[in-house]
Design a protein around this ligand. Sequence first.
Ligand SMILES: [Zn+2]
Length: 398
Amino acid sequence: MVRAVLTACLFSSALFANLVSTQDWPVNRSFYDYLILNKIDPILISELDEDSYVAVRTILSGTTFYEHREEKTDRLLHALIPISEEQQISLYCNKDGYRLEIVPVRYAIVRETLATRIQSSLQADLIGITGNSRLAHEITAIFDDRVDFRRDVQKNDPIGAIYLRKVRLGKTWGSVTVESAFIETNGKRRYAFYYPEDEGYYDEKGNALAGLFLKYPLKFIKITSEYQPAGRQHPIYGQLRPHLGVDFGASAGTPIYTVAEGVVRFAGCQRTCAEGYGKQVVIEHKNGWQSRYAHLQSFASKITQGARVSQGQTIGYVGKTGVTTGYHLHFEMRRNGQTTNPLAIKNVRQDGLKGKDLSNFLALVEKRRGDLDYYADTAKTGVNRISLIDANGNSNAN
Ligand SMILES: [Zn+2]
C-alpha cells in the first residue's frame, strides 16, 4: 500500500476561486511527468515501497481523471487518477504539503436489460445497440463453449442479458457483470446465470459455462514455494520475508498464460530489471482482481500496457530476471490490492456446482429465469430494448 508522504506544498487558504475539471490521461505520460508538470517534488514517488512504485506506473492512457486547481495560480490542489478499476491515486495538497494515497474509485452501478435479434454478428449488434464492447465480449465469452457463433447463429436469433454496468464521471466505467443471459439458436434457448460465490457462469442446471480463472498459469505444474504471507526464510536475503505468491519451477522460455480475460496494466521492470521481481506483467481482471507474473525472461508480443488479453493467452516466458535463485515463475493474485493465496481461490473454471453451492444456485435460477424468458419473448416480437432497471452506488463526480 502507498504510504502517505509529504513534500513541500505552498498551501493557501480558500481565498481564491477553485476550478474542477476532468481530463483524459495523455499517451506516454508518466506519473513522474505529471508531478514535474505540476511543480511537485518527485521525491513523492521515490519514497514509495515496491508495490506502490508499480501502482503509479499503471495509469492507462485515455483514463478520465479529476483535477481541482486554484484558479488564480493554477496550482494543483487535488487530483484523482485511477490506477485500476477499483483504486485511484489521490494526490492532494494540505497545510503539511502534498500527500499521496490510494483510495477507492467511486462509481454508480446501474442494472440494465438488453434484448434483441441478431442481424449481422453478435459482437457488432451488441456494440451497435449498447456502445459497450466489454458487454459484447462478455456475452460471447459466456456462451463460447456451447455456441459456435459462426455456424450455429442465424439472422433473427434472439439474444439478451440482464447486466450491471458501472458509471463514473458520466461514462461507462470498467468491466460489466452479466447476471443472466440467453441466446436462442436452432429453436433451442440456452441460459447462462452468474453465481456470485465463485464469479463463474453456469447453465440452468449448474453445469459450468465459463470460469473466472484458470487454475494455473502454466501447462505443467511444479510448486517450489507456497504462499506464505507471514514470512519465509528468503533464499537470497536470508531474512524472514513474506512470500506473497506461489513459485512454479519451470525451464527457461516456458510459455506463461494469463489466468483470465483482462487488461495489461503493467509490463516492465520496477526500478531496474536486475532488482526485485525483474520483468513483470500485471493484469487487471474484473471485480477488482489482478494477477501478477514475475521474473520473466521476456514478454510475448503485443503484451504492453493497455493491451486486452483473453483467458489462456500467452503473455510471456519463464525466466530468472530480478532477484531469484533460478528459473521459475512467481505468480500472485490480488483483490483490491490485497494478496491472496492463488492455490486457495475457488474462482476457477470447474465442471459444475455441487452440494450446497448447487442448491443455492438453483434457488437463484428459480428467481431469475422468469425475467429472462420474458425478455426472450419480447426479443422475438422484434422490439429492440435496452432499459434501466435500477441504479445504486455513489455517483459523486470523483
Ligand atoms: Zn515467489
